[in-house]
Design a protein around this ligand. Structure first.
Ligand code: PMP
Length: 359
């Protein structure tokens, strides 16, 4: 029996996608073999990767002057690839520190140039997006960096920093394809697939054409965006099966009515949970209201023993992976695109019953 899986990632995938993958597992269409067994250069596989890219482009409305790459190494490798490839002019970059994931990106960038941390909410356990002024940005910086949705703390940039001519680089690992965005506001977008797009093993990078090809020749070939642009993500063997799964997830998003329809559903799901939290006398959301994420919803009872009891009994009822990240404690419900509204309703009903029992 399948449970409602609130994991922060790898995370729930649409049942229809898993069932389609199951049907095609042993024998993909008329290929006589599974996708895992195909040469990445075969006609059948080329069609899969081309369709994956075309669907991503159409769903996110990605203009032609942006390149789409399917890479490996997770979002974490992008923490290093971004500075390696982009910190090449003034060798300075501005960062907004909104959590552990931006801190890790800062640590990597420091190896390649001068990092200016414009603002940080670390002293408030990253419970809000740090405040900053436009005037703080260095006009001479090679880029400005943000982590748009902070998976651990459940915060999200509701407005993007206005960076003028300086490209904005954003980690969208936990919010990609959850809402309609304007790709032209960014220089680089990257996201590990394992939350909203598919299984772990592939990282999507969307990069403005003019930002490719700036890196020093000395950097490893595999870490140069130019290599992957020149070879359509086929410089070496790409994560073929993970990319096939992305294609299935993109087809599913299309069938749901596209990203705008997904966004409406995500807002409805998040509102169910936040509305309950806001009136609850037992549970409390930990993220600042104005910065609340649609994807990750951390909450606490204020009593660690009760939190643990909640997680335990929720698990027994088929509501799993609700334990909060170790740096925040309490609970966290990740309600990515593939979490059905029924799952959120089941969670809220369970919380209501738990509250009555523990008042
Ligand atoms: N950025 C964000 C916002 C994340 O949530 C995560 C992982 N949970 C990462 C980066 C790291 O991703 P990966 O494991 O793909 O390196």
């Amino acid at each position: 029996m399948r449970v409602y899986n609130f994991s922060a990632g790898p995370a729930v995938l649409p049942l229809e996608v898993l069932e389609k993958a199951q049907r095609e597992l042993v024998c993909f269409e008329d290929a006589g073999m599974s996708v895992m067994e195909m040469s990445h250069r075969s006609k059948a596989y080329m069609k899969i990767i081309e369709e994956a890219e075309a669907k991503l482009r159409s769903l996110m409305n990605i203009p032609d002057h942006y390149k789409v790459l399917f890479l490996q190494g997770g979002a974490s490798l992008q923490f290093a690839m971004v500075p390696m490839n982009l910190m090449v002019g003034s060798k300075k970059a501005d960062f907004i520190d909104s959590g552990v994931w931006s801190s890790k990106a800062i640590k990597e960038a420091k190896k390649f140039g001068k990092v200016n941390v414009i603002a940080s909410s670390k002293s408030d356990t990253y419970s809000h997006i740090p405040t900053y002024k436009k005037s703080q940005f260095d006009k001479d910086a090679d880029y400005v960096y943000i982590c748009e949705n902070n998976t651990i703390y459940g915060t999200k940039f509701k407005t993007l920093p206005e960076t003028g001519d300086v490209p904005l680089v954003a980690d969208l690992s936990s919010c990609i394809m959850s809402e309609v965005i304007d790709v032209t506001k960014y220089g680089v977008i990257f996201a590990g697939a394992q939350k909203n797009l598919g299984p772990a093993g592939v990282t999507v990078v969307i990069i403005r054409e003019d930002l490719v090809g700036k890196a020093d020749e000395i950097i490893p070939t595999m870490l140069n965006y130019q290599t992957h642009v020149d070879n359509d993500s086929m410089f070496n063997t790409p994560p073929t099966y993970a990319i096939y799964m992305l294609k299935l997830v993109f087809e599913w998003v299309e069938a749901q009515g596209g990203v705008a329809a997904i966004e409406a559903r995500n807002k409805e799901k998040a509102a169910l949970l936040y509305d309950f939290l806001d009136q609850s006398e037992l549970f409390k959301g930990t993220a600042a209201i104005e910065d609340r994420s649609l994807m990750n919803v951390p909450f606490v009872t204020g009593d660690e023993v009760l939190d643990a009891a909640f997680v335990k009994s929720a698990t027994a009822c088929g509501l799993v992976n609700l334990k909060g990240h170790r740096s925040v404690g309490g609970m966290r419900a990740s309600i990515y695109n593939a979490m059905p509204i029924e799952g959120v309703k089941a969670l809220v009903d369970f919380m209501k019953a738990f509250e009555i029992e523990h008042k």
